[in-house]
Design a protein around this ligand. Structure first.
Ligand code: ADP
Ligand code: TYD
Length: 222
C-alpha cells in the first residue's frame, strides 16, 4: 500500500466516490469516516452531498418536508437539475475539482435518482434523464450501504426530529429493491459494491476503506 501523496505525484488524476443507501442506512456516517481516513492518508479530498446546499437543493428540501407540493416528475427533474449544478457550478462544481486531481466523496449521486424516483415512474426514464450527469462524471465506485428498512427506520426514529417524504417502510423497501435493480441493469457500465450496513460503524468503515483504497491505488486515481 503506497502513500497517497506519492501516487498523486505520479498521476494527478482525481475521482468521485458515491455513497448510496436508503435513508438511515448510515451512508452519511460512512462518508464522514471515509473523508477523515483519506485526509489522514494525505489525499486531497472533499466531502459533499445531494441534495446540495444550492437554491435548487433548498427547494428540494422544502418539498421533502412537505412545505411545497408538486408532481413527482417535477421532483425527479429537480434532482437532475441539482445534480448538474453540483457538477457544473462555476464557483464550486465538483467536475472541475475531480478534473484538477481531487478525490470527491458524495453522499448520494445518480443511483439515488434511479432508486427513489423510479418508485413513481419508469426506471428507464430516470436513467435517461440523468445521462448528462453520467456523461460528465461517473463514480470510480458506487458504494451501497445495505440495511433492512426496519433497521433504517429504527435508526431514524432514534436520531431525528422529523420524518421526510420517503421515509415509510413500504417506500424504503421499494427503494432498496430499485437500488438492486439499477445495479443489475447498469452492471456493465457502473462499478457498484454492496456493503453490509448491519454491523458496527467502525467495522463498516474498515470494509469501505479497504474497497476504496484498493480501487484508488490500483487505478492510480490518487
Ligand atoms: P443516512 O445518511 O444513511 O441517512 P446516517 O449516517 O445519518 O444515515 O445514520 C443514521 C443514524 O444511524 C445516525 O444517528 C447514526 O449515528 C446511526 N448509525 C449510523 N451507522 C450506524 C451503525 N452501523 N449502527 C448503528 N447506528 C448507526
Ligand atoms: P438525504 O438528505 O440524503 O436523506 P438521508 O440523510 O435521510 O438519507 O436525502 C434526502 C432525500 O432525497 C432522501 O429521502 C432521498 C431523496 N433523493 C431522491 O429522491 N432522489 C435523488 O436523486 C436524491 C439525491 C435524493
Amino acid at each position: 500500500m503506497g502513500k497517497a501523496t506519492d501516487s498523486r505525484e505520479n498521476t494527478g488524476r482525481g475521482s468521485l466516490i458515491a455513497l448510496e443507501g436508503i435513508d438511515g442506512s448510515g451512508k452519511s456516517t460512512q462518508a464522514a469516516y471515509l473523508y477523515e481516513r483519506l485526509k489522514k492518508e494525505g489525499v486531497c479530498c472533499e466531502l459533499t452531498m445531494e441534495p446540495t446546499a444550492s437554491p435548487i437543493g433548498a427547494l428540494i428540501r422544502q418539498i421533502l418536508k412537505g412545505e411545497f407540493r408538486t408532481d413527482n416528475r417535477v421532483i425527479a427533474g429537480l434532482f437532475v437539475a441539482d445534480r448538474l449544478d453540483h457538477l457544473l457550478n462555476e464557483a464550486d462544481g465538483i467536475a472541475a475539482k475531480v478534473e484538477s486531481g481531487m478525490t470527491v466523496i458524495t453522499d448520494r449521486y445518480y443511483f439515488s435518482s434511479y432508486a427513489y424516483n423510479s418508485v413513481d415512474m419508469p426506471m428507464d426514464w430516470v436513467i435517461q434523464a440523468n445521462k448528462p450527469s453520467s456523461a460528465i462524471l461517473r463514480p470510480a465506485v458506487n458504494l451501497f450501504i445495505d440495511v433492512d428498512p426496519d433497521v433504517a427506520l429504527e435508526r431514524i426514529a432514534k436520531n431525528r426530529r422529523h420524518v421526510e417524504l420517503f421515509e415509510t417502510k413500504e417506500r424504503l423497501r421499494l427503494v432498496r429493491e430499485n437500488y438492486r435493480k439499477a445495479f443489475q441493469m447498469l452492471e456493465n457500465e457502473e462499478r457498484c459494491v454492496i456493503i453490509d450496513g448491519n454491523r458496527p460503524q467502525a467495522e463498516i468503515a474498515e470494509n469501505v476503506w479497504g474497497v476504496v483504497w484498493e480501487i484508488l491505488s490500483k487505478e492510480a486515481l490518487i
